[in-house]
Design a protein around this ligand. Structure first.
Ligand SMILES: [Zn+2]
Ligand SMILES: [Zn+2]
Length: 356
């Protein structure tokens, strides 16, 4: 059963949005700012058992739901996992408070947007303008129209690990070798050899807040590029933070998310074991890892997305909505490439004339 909530401005009944610059609610019409009640509730780490049992239960199918606007009567049809939407007729802001309940695990906390759209544009212009190759006409593109703030669901995983490792540790040494050169004369040279020795050991390592994206449209490698998020700023989830922003429940397979975090831990453990094993080099490294005290949190983080066209080609970038870190592909400017090639050719000719 859907649970729609509206938060009209107490002054003028217009729409309230969560404002990234004020960190509070702001009326779009009369511009009055209203504070969001702060909670000092602790954000708990939850033992992994409930996550594992949620994996084994099926993800429920996502149904359509209907909302009848309380202001204009227009019906809006939407997917039940959409947490915020606007009436398509009058723009009335509506929170779908049951959206996250369409999944077996509901997020506990959120980092609200701290980078406003204006600030996100500033980050984009600073980034795109940095390179020699970027066309200044980019600034005229309608980036602002395509720049959209999304609250993205994430998982954080913690684990203690007990690790046993073994392998061959290699130490370099040098011997002097005689050989005959092309004229048949006797010469000597220093040659590197490796002395191998079997080694083994164990260590414990705690991993805190391995952050895995729960949105299947964005790969983990891509989102990693705008890390870190400062998770000490997580606040208990209050749906008012969602007002005016896109927000949707997680849609990536939970097992895949968990596997990504385990793979991350395993590769870090292997890197550490390799540094314990290697003197100068190593081979045949074997590591066995036991996971214990595993916990998780389900959280929501702010990300700006933008897809735009430049000379008939699609480009995409993302911005961390907490820190402003940006990642994406930059278009190349053909004018600047041609100019650079011409300049390089002139440079070579000048060099050639100077030395001939
Ligand atoms: Zn107002
Ligand atoms: Zn309406």
């Amino acid at each position: 059963m859907s649970d729609f909530k509206e938060f009209p401005c107490p002054n003028c009944s217009s729409e309230l949005n969560y404002d990234a610059e004020k960190n509070d609610l702001k009326c779009l019409h009369c511009h009055t700012v209203f504070s969001i009640e702060k909670s000092d509730e602790l954000i708990a780490e939850i033992t992994i058992d409930s996550f594992n049992s949620a994996i084994s239960s099926h993800m429920l199918p996502i149904n359509d739901v209907n909302y009848k606007c309380s202001k204009c009567g227009q019906e809006t049809k939407l997917k039940e996992d959409i947490a915020f939407f606007e009436c398509r007729n009058c723009g009335n802001n509506v929170i779908n408070a049951s959206a996250y309940k369409s999944r077996t695990i509901v997020p506990s906390s959120i980092i609200p947007f701290a980078v406003s759209k204006d600030k996100a544009m500033e980050h984009f212009i600073a980034w795109i303008g940095k390179g020699f190759w970027n066309d200044s006409s980019l600034k005229e593109l309608s980036i602002a129209d395509n720049l959209v703030g999304h609250y993205i669901p994430f998982w954080t995983f913690d684990a203690n690990t007990e690790n046993q490792w073994s392998g061959q540790s290699g130490t370099y040494y040098y011997v002097t070798e005689s050989y005959r050169d092309s004229q048949g004369k006797s010469q000597t040279r220093s040659v590197r050899r490796t002395r191998w020795q079997y080694k083994e050991g164990q260590f414990s390592q705690f991993f805190n807040d391995i952050l895995i994206c729960g949105n299947q449209e964005i790969t983990q490698d891509y989102i990693n590029k705008i890390y870190p998020f400062h998770l000490d700023e997580l606040k208990p989830l209050n749906e008012k933070y969602l007002l005016g922003w896109n927000a949707k429940a997680f849609d990536k397979d939970m097992n895949d998310s968990y596997t990504l975090s385990k793979n991350f831990i395993t590769s870090k453990v292997e890197e550490m074991a390799a540094t314990y094993l290697a003197a100068d080099t190593y081979s045949g490294l074997e590591v066995s890892t036991e996971f214990c005290d595993e916990t998780y949190k389900h959280i929501i983080l702010p990300v700006w997305f933008c897809e735009y066209l430049f000379k008939d080609k699609k480009y995409f970038f993302i911005i961390n909505g907490q820190t402003g870190a940006i990642h994406g592909e930059k278009p190349l400017s053909t004018t600047k490439i041609v100019t650079a090639i011409v300049l390089a050719v002139i440079f070579v000719i000048v060099l050639f004339m100077a030395f001939s």
